[in-house]
Write a protein that binds this ligand. Structure first.
Ligand code: 3HC
Length: 295
């Protein structure tokens, strides 16, 4: 076993990464990990999702070859580092699993418990939750001291930040290993204490929610709201386009979680979010949200 020295003691060196969930986030996490030279096992229980992710990754890399950013040989190496499939038993020899599945605490607890039973004793279990309690997820496993939040941002290949969130009993070593891993895959980690939404979503989700209220009240159109925030507040994209990109279902779920956790109505989700979700207009991923992406 290889160990590297950190301030807090000896830590496992990550060589092989498991990514569970091949949706937008999981695919992006697998991409940056492979590009940084790690062996990656990408698993999704739905064969179509994992199949699509591998096709999409190769489209991204084909574009990168066209732009002269990488060679065909490098892309062949990326593919050699990537193993994909549908069986989570394939995680048995990974050093860390980064779970990026549906944002549902009961499902996450069940899956993380299963991961604990499958993985080696020293494997770290990370969750890419947007807002949920790390401690609660950790407590469902056989290794709560090796469970933590590793929160990436969409689009993963572009956004530099990773929030690293230890739970109540997570060891310093575990957090240090994940901080270091984040740097090695080209990200800037920040350490955040466990609290609903951590840092970014605590601030960003109420911002998107208020934009949806402004839309719902008919104060301005989606285009005008987004234009106003881009030109008036220097945002890289407007809040409603951002909600479409993140997924309106996810933003709504985080608002609902905040209302419950903080017992504070200031986080009450906008009716606009509820109506879009009820209509199945979840944003870019369904082709329609505040904007129509099929046109
Ligand atoms: N996937 C991969 N790469 C992408 C991408 C995507 N979805 N979108 C853009 N890029 C890449 C482009 O290929 C381009 O790369 P290049 O310079 O090497 O050619 C680069 O990003 C810039 O792209 P564009 O010029 O087309 O677009 P912009 O300059 O307008 O940038 C953006 C696009 C990066 C999405 C920018 O608008 C932005 O930063 N938006 C804010 C995103 C944000 O706030 N994300 C956080 C959401 S919250 C979250 O994820 C947490 C979760 O828990 C909810």
């Amino acid at each position: 076993m290889n160990y590297v020295e950190f301030k807090g003691g000896n830590c496992l060196e990550i060589k092989k990464i498991g990514v569970l969930g091949a949706g937008t986030m999981g695919m992006g996490i697998a991409q940056v990990s492979v590009e940084a030279g790690y062996s990656v096992v990408l698993i999704d229980v739905v064969p179509e999702i994992v199949g699509k992710a591998v096709i999409r990754l190769n489209q991204v890399w084909a574009k990168a070859i066209e732009k002269g950013k990488v060679t065909a040989e490098t892309v062949a190496n990326f593919n050699a580092l990537l193993v994909s499939g549908t069986d989570i038993n394939d995680f048995k020899d990974v050093d860390i699993v980064i779970e990026a599945i549906v944002e549902d605490i009961d499902i996450k607890k069940k899956v993380q418990k299963q991961l604990g039973e499958i993985c080696k004793n020293d494997t770290i279990l990370a969750t890419n939750t947007s807002a949920l309690s790390i401690t609660e997820i950790a407590a469902a496993t056989n290794r709560p001291n090796k469970v933590l939040g590793m929160h990436f941002f969409n689009p993963v290949p572009v956004m530099k930040l990773v929030e690293v969130i230890p739970g109540v009993v997570t060891t310093d070593n575990t957090a240090q290993v994940v901080m270091e891993l984040s740097r090695k895959i080209g990200k800037e980690p920040v350490l955040a204490k466990e609290s609903p939404g951590f840092i970014v979503n605590r601030i960003l989700v109420p911002y998107m929610n208020e934009a949806a209220n402004v839309y719902q009240e008919g104060i301005a159109s989606a285009e005008e709201i987004d234009k106003a925030m881009k030109l008036g507040a220097g945002m890289p994209m407007g809040p409603l386009a951002l909600a479409d990109m993140v997924g309106i279902d996810i933003v709504l779920a985080v608002c609902e979680f905040f209302v419950k956790e903080f017992a504070d109505s200031k986080y009450r989700p906008s009716l606009a979010f509820r109506q879009k979700v009820r209509a199945g207009h979840l944003g870019v991923k369904t082709g329609r949200g505040f904007y129509d992406y099929n046109m």
